[in-house]
Design a protein around this ligand. Structure first.
Ligand code: ADP
Ligand code: MG
Length: 627
């Protein structure tokens, strides 16, 4: 099956699909939709998050219910309020041409009587969290005695969260002869039990290997002393200026604490866990969705199923107890055809867990070193340079040029560049200049690319190259690409670090001439590829990572330094601080925008500034606030 037409969907739904920009059905959709349309059947579908499950049950449900009737015919249970709202919004979009359709969300933390009223107005479909649903049933605010289709979405997670009894109770109020469609990322015993209990001879479909993590995700681990965990996290963020990440902690307490620390240190971070009020959670999710928050620190339960596409990194601040949970975590990134990185910060005692995860997910981890201070300075500097290079000139400046020129009449270009960079950079530089390395020597030798400490070898050359993950590279692809183009051997290219719009790699110094000569006039997919030796004065050659300019670097490092010698009253409330929203927006290229549904862009609409123009206007504001 290759098109939605072929799946048997009606015109109204197909029109909505066109509007949504869905080109072809995902695997779970291709398998589930025709099946559910053709027969009244029970279904168990196993598919990872991000595989398009909502549409897999949403379209058939919309087509099968009687929209002219005001009776509640479809019930979707989902574990969290966030997911509940997400599903409701999706269904409304899918059914936008179904006249008279009324989908109502029911969840805790919001007025129950409002929700009851919305249902009374004639909701054909209710999307609910189990707790609130049960509550409303017992208060006779909803009538689900005529339900024909019930969906258990993220069933494993609902059971993890202890909703088993609620679900049992809710389903006992629905007709025996309804159909139940169960969707789950994994199939633990409890889910099988539920399926057996409530379903009649269900058809099973599985998408991909149950335990296989997304293939677009590379896995890295960083060995540190347990006490350096937080410092390590900050460095990983600093070494990736364009980071847009979820950071997983094991407990609500750690989640809250890490988020608070990051915020105090000037990062745009937020916490998401069950102890927050619904309102607080909504606010955090909203900021994260529109990328004003770059680092969302979350518990596994709270982050489950969150549908945010462009997450660049998942950071496991601590490893989860269950390996399956690791799969869920890493599945938050590498979505919608993009590449992603799942990073794990481990202490020595946890290293063996990495081995077991590797076995289960059937993928190897790269052992990497926490970037050194000078690595980070290099990344930030190059990233700023790259950003300046690609910034469109603002001609409003023209009229002031004469006076500015006058001021700099005696300053040559090099000097001017240095001064300019110093403005943005001194604080950052000072912070990291004296910092020690955080790496820990692992007793067992694991020697993949990242494991070797090439940085300390003075006979390496480190290069900057202006292609990155935006161009479809991850470190393996770039390494292969370079090896092939340069006709080099297996180990000649190493320490490949791919960032959003550019990357770094190393070769032995002896190869430098060859590398540079090759890339003097080289085009990749129609554009010139620029390779430079990345000079790094004041230390041995070989930075670890790259990144692209984002504002707020100095702000962040300044913050971190203050934190180290105990923070002093700079607790701006999150509302008066405008973190890096402008920059986050400019991170995307216009074509990555196109391939996502419009609704994901509600928050960007009307603000489609050209790449990087946002940052420049944001910077002075930020710096001023800092001083
Ligand atoms: P899941 O429930 O499996 O985690 P979702 O249903 O939330 O996945 O879908 C993930 C994202 O993919 C959503 O943004 C959704 O709009 C989008 N999506 C779903 N189906 C398609 C498709 N056929 N083509 C393109 N995008 C899709
Ligand atoms: Mg879902």
């Amino acid at each position: 099956m290759s098109t939605f037409q072929e799946l048997g969907l009606n015109e109204d739904l197909l029109k909505a699909i066109t509007d949504l920009g869905f080109e072809k059905p995902s695997e779970v959709q291709a398998k589930a939709i025709p099946l559910l349309l053709e027969e009244d059947k029970d279904l168990v579908a196993l598919a990872q998050t991000g595989t398009g499950k909502t549409a897999a049950f949403g379209f058939p449900m919309l087509q099968k219910i009687d929209i002219d009737s005001r009776t509640t015919q479809g019930l979707i249970l989902s574990p969290t309020r966030e997911l509940c709202l997400q599903i409701t919004n999706e269904l409304k979009l899918y059914g936008k041409y179904c006249k008279g359709l009324n989908v109502v969300a029911i969840y805790g933390g919001s007025s129950i009587s409002d929700q009851a009223r919305a249902v009374k107005r004639g909701a054909q479909i209710i999307v609910a969290t189990p707790g609130r649903m049960k509550d409303m049933i017992s208060r006779r605010m909803v009538d689900i005695s005529k339900i024909q289709y019930s969906v258990l979405d993220e069933a494993d997670e609902m059971l993890n969260m202890g909703f088993k009894e609620d679900i049992t109770d809710i389903l006992s109020h629905t007709p025996e002869d309804k159909n139940t469609w169960l969707f789950s990322a994994t199939m633990p015993k409890e889910v099988a039990t539920i399926a057996k209990k409530f379903m009649y001879n269900p058809t099973e479909i599985t998408v991909g290997n149950k335990n296989e993590s997304t293939s677009n995700v590379t896995h890295e681990y960083y060995l540190v002393n347990a006490r350096d965990r937080y410092q390590a996290l900050k460095r990983l963020a600093d070494a990736n200026p364009d980071i847009f990440s979820v950071i997983f902690c094991r407990t609500k307490r750690d989640t809250q604490k890490v988020a608070e620390n990051l915020i105090e240190d000037g990062y745009s971070a937020g916490a998401l866990h069950g102890d927050l009020s619904q309102n607080q959670r909504d606010l955090v999710m909203k900021s994260f969705r529109n990328q004003q928050i770059q680092m969302l620190v979350a518990t596994d339960v709270a982050a489950r199923g969150i549908d945010v596409d462009d997450i660049t990194h998942v950071i496991n601040y601590q490893l989860p107890d269950e390996i399956e949970t690791y799969t869920h975590r890493s599945g938050r990134t590498g979505r919608a055809g993009k590449t992603g990185v799942s990073m794990v910060i481990v202490s020595k005692s946890e290293v063996r867990k990495i081995k077991s995860i590797e076995r289960i997910i059937k993928k190897d981890f790269d052992k990497k070193e926490i970037p050194s201070g000078s690595d980070i300075v290099e990344v930030q500097l190059m990233s700023l340079a790259n950003k300046i290079h690609t910034t469109e000139t603002n001609h409003e400046i023209d009229k002031h040029l004469e006076s500015i020129n006058e001021l700099f009449a005696d300053t040559d270009k090099d000097e001017l560049i240095k001064k300019f960079f110093s403005v943005e950079f001194n604080r950052f530089f000072n912070y990291y200049q004296k910092s020690k390395d955080l790496g820990v020597v692992e007793s067992r030798g694991s020697d993949r690319d990242g494991g070797r400490d090439y940085g300390k070898q003075s006979n390496d050359s480190r290069y900057f190259i202006n292609v990155g993950s935006k161009d479809g590279f991850d470190w393996m692809k770039l390494k292969d690409f370079l090896k092939e183009q340069l006709e080099l051997g297996r180990d000649d290219v190493f320490k490949v670090d791919v960032k959003d719009s550019f990357s770094f790699f190393n070769t032995e110094k002896a190869l430098q001439e060859k590398v540079l000569a090759f890339f003097t006039d080289f085009k990749h997919e129609g554009r010139f590829v620029n390779v430079e030796v990345s000079e790094d004065k004041g230390r041995s050659r070989g930075g670890r990572s790259g990144g692209r300019g984002r504002g707020g670097n100095d702000r962040r490092s300044g913050g971190s330094r203050r934190r180290d010698d105990k923070p002093r009253g700079d607790r701006r409330s999150s509302s008066d601080r405008r973190p890096s929203g402008g920059d986050r927006r400019s991170r995307r290229s216009d074509d990555t925008r196109k391939d996502r549904g419009d609704r994901s862009f509600n928050d960007f609409k009307g603000d489609r500034r050209s790449e990087s123009s946002g940052s420049v206007s944001d910077r002075p504001r930020r710096s001023r606030r800092r001083d």
